[in-house]
Structure formats: structure tokens, C-alpha cells
Ligand binder design. Sequence first.
Ligand code: FAD
Ligand code: SF4
Length: 480
Amino acid sequence: MGQQRMLKFVDVERDMPEKRSAEDRRDDHHEIYRQFADEKAKEQAARCSQCGVPYCQSHCPLHNNIPDWLRMTAEGRLREAYDLSQATNTFPEICGRICPQDRLCEGNCVIEQSGHGTVTIGAVEKYITDTAWEEGWVQPVTPAQERAESVGIIGAGPGGLAAADMLRRQGIQVTVYDRYDRAGGLLTYGIPGFKLEKDVVMRRNDQLEKSGVSFELNCEIGRDVSFAELRDRHDAVLIATGVYKSRDLGGPGAGLPGIVRAIDYLTASNRVTFGDSVPEYDSGELNASGKKVVVIGGGDTAMDCVRTAVRQGATSVQCLYRRDRANMPGSVRETANAEEEGVEFVWLSAPKGFTGDDSVIGVKVAKMRLGAPDASGRRAPEEVPGADWTAEADLVIKALGFEPEPLPSLWDAPGLEVTRWGTVKADFQTKRTALDGVYAAGDIVRGASLVVWAIRDGREAAQSIIDDLDRRASVPVAAE
Ligand SMILES: Cc1cc2nc3c(=O)[nH]c(=O)nc-3n(C[C@H](O)[C@H](O)[C@H](O)COP(=O)(O)OP(=O)(O)OC[C@H]3O[C@@H](n4cnc5c(N)ncnc54)[C@H](O)[C@@H]3O)c2cc1C
Ligand code: SF4
């Protein structure tokens, strides 16, 4: 069907080429693409069996009403599908692009489980909201009434921004503080542009600004403004700072030039996408072009590094992981994508040290095997004696995961309780911390997690702040 439409269009082009300007042709190509995407989305949406046991919905952290918006899409009722989809998700087009659907909604689709291939829920969600943007249905928030209370949000990642959106809908004054120069958190500087286009993130930031959210960027809490000062400024404070302390590697040669952290490597690459001047990229320090690259780690960050290195023109890209494929934490889909792009995965391999004089030239690798299960129930990797080898490398990227920064000491806030892993202790439902009027959401509470969970936490934190402000309100509450 889609193909028939495309052929029909090409006939039109062939019949009257002289009458068509370059601009017209661009518009027409865009239209073809739209039609094709439209039909694909409808075709996929129509595959939903309306099974009556929507496991997809219960396995979506936002409990999106997937069967209903799929039905509306199949029936061509896109505006209604969008209204329903955005009612539970602040950034549906972002989740549609980067949720690990194989572990969430799509992995639990009844059609998938009956062996017929999942409905591509994420792609339909993306399509509905991209269409909404194109059609002008996504509009800035206009609260019914402004309220006097203000909330300070530390961190402009998806958790903080989802909360900002909800709070503005109630007319609450919101200031978001971030130490980066652009809002978006890891959406902007962590996740590569080939997975999540940067203009998709920036248009959301612009929209929030138009909705009345104030951004104070290049502002680090604990350095430029103290945490105590921030609490004085606002009626409530939400901590949504994410986790940024990279896990490190020791061993001989660990300090050699050419061994870099994944977050620095990915941030540099994303800055280049924005057209920023990045001296460390230009100098080659954070650029894989023409290099033998070894990435250490088996999670999604490692997958983003290997795939970025391929795109930058690395001569070879190896990924070392100490367990096997079945025990890899990264998404199966991402790993398959990386393999298709030419990345070599070397399972059961752990780094022991690095070789080189002025800069790294190799990684000493211990061959591993899986032993008995450890306390977590996973089989622990153990070294195979006498089986060491060396991987050639002139750029080594450490992608071993992230931990929270020590906020109580950095912010001189000993009353801010943290867990033994350093994550901020917050009530599961209300997101309240041990400090009065201070809430926390996203990775800083969960540890490194997912965008969709940060959105859910941010929305729940905002609701809890609204409830608490209402309870002690001395100003009129917005009429609905
Ligand atoms: C490389 C990479 C790829 C990923 N890919 C995916 C993916 O494909 N799909 C997915 O669902 N998840 C992915 N994730 C995880 C996801 O990005 C995070 O779970 C999510 O961004 C967490 O949101 P957050 O709002 O809690 O924190 P963040 O997005 O980390 O935002 C926190 C913000 O707080 C700011 N901040 C921190 N401290 C301060 C301070 N003291 N003062 C001011 N500002 C501060 C930071 O600058 C940052 O902007 C990925 C993560 C990484 C690292
Ligand atoms: S938010 Fe994520 S898990 Fe939920 S329906 Fe969308 S893609 Fe699936």
C-alpha cells in the first residue's frame, strides 16, 4: 500500500518536472516520507489484538494507555491518540526513540509472546508525537492561574524537566538550575545523536521556557549557589542531579594518556554535534578517528561508546566484557546493532592493566570464566590462570557505570540522608527526603536507570510537592 502511494507520487514528479521548484520537491519528499510513516504506524497499530490483558501497559513504567492509543492510530484519530499519550508521558517522542522497549512494553506484547513479532509500540509512540509537533498540537503550558509559590529544581535532566512541566501546569513558579550550559541532562550530553536527535531535545527545552520555566544554566549548586541558599529562595527544592561519578579502573598504566572516561568521550561527541568548539576532540584526545579503540564495559553506555567510535571512523572497535553475552547488562537490541556495525565483542575478558610509555598502546586482558553464583545470584567471573593476552589500543574508553556524587558533603548538608550506595533516600511514593521541603527523583534516588523512570519519578515528585504546597497554602489555588 505504502509502495503504491510512493509510485503514484513518482508519476506526478515525472509528469511535470519542469513545474516543480526545488522547494516543492523537498516538500513532496517530506510528504512521501510522512505518508509512508503514516501507513507503517497504522499498519503496526492495527496489529494490536486489543488482547484485554495489556501486559504492555503494566510493563511501561508510566502505565501508558497503549492499547487505546494504538486503536486510535489505526483508525486515523491521531489527535486523540496524541492527547491520550501525552496525558501520562511528558516526553513521548523521546521515550519512543530510546526506551529499551524489548525489556519493557514490547517485550511483554502478547503478539510477541505468541511468536508473531511485537507491535512496534515505541515507533508508533514516536510517530504520534512527532506528528503532533508538526501539526502544532504541542503547545506551551498556560496555567489557569499563577501561584506565588516557587520550586527550585536542581538538574535539568528528564526527571527535573518532567517535574517542571507538571508544576507549571498548576501555575507554580519554577526555576531549574543546571551546571551544564544546555538543559536536557543525559538526553543532551550523554545519549548520542544517532539514537536521540538533539533538536528533539532542544525543542522540548524551548517549549518549557515558553511555558514560563526559568533556567539558570552554568550554575552548579554547591559551588555557585549553596544548597542552603537555594532552600531559602524556594518553597520547595527537588534534587534531580543524576549520577555522574564514573567507576574507575586500577592496575599498572591506568593513568596513561589515551585512557578516557565514557562520559567525557560522549559529551565531547555530543558537543561536536551541536557545533561547539571542543579542543579535546580536535586534538584527538576524545576522538576515535583512525584509532584502534577498546571500550571496557557491557552496559548501554558501553554500547553508545562503541557505536560512536564506529561513526567517528575508528579503524577497529573492540568491546571487552568480563561476563558472557547472556549475562551482559546492555540491551540485546543495542548489542545486535553494534555487532551489525562491525564492533567485535570479546566476552569473558577483564582488564588487568595497560601498556605504553607516553600513551596507551594496549590493554592487558585476563581471560575469565563464570564460576559459582555470588550474593546477587549471578555467576561470578573468575580468572583463568595463564591465559592473559593483550588487546592493541590507542584509545581506551572506560564505561563501567556511574555512582552518585557525595551530595551531603559537597553541599554541606549532613541532614540529607543517603543510602549505603550514596543515592539520596527518598520516600518511594512521595519522593520526600529527610529534609523538610526537599524532594528527590530520578537516577540520584534509583542509581543509574532509565529515562522513562526518571520521567515517572519527576511527575510523582511534582504531584507530591503540589499536594504539600496545597496543604500549607496561604495563596489561592488555581481554579481548574
Ligand atoms: C551514555 C548513556 C546512555 C543512555 N542511554 C539511555 C537510553 O538509551 N535509554 C534510556 O532510557 N536511558 C538511557 N540512559 C540513562 C538515562 O539517561 C538516565 O537514566 C536519565 O537521564 C536520568 O535522568 P535524571 O533526570 O535523573 O538525571 P540526568 O539526565 O543525569 O540529569 C541530571 C542533571 O543534573 C545536573 N546536575 C548534577 N549535579 C548538579 C549540581 N550540583 N548543580 C546543578 N546541576 C547539577 C547535571 O548537569 C544534569 O544535567 C543512558 C545513560 C547514559 C550515561
Ligand atoms: S514510555 Fe517506553 S515503555 Fe512506555 S510505552 Fe513508551 S516506549 Fe514503551
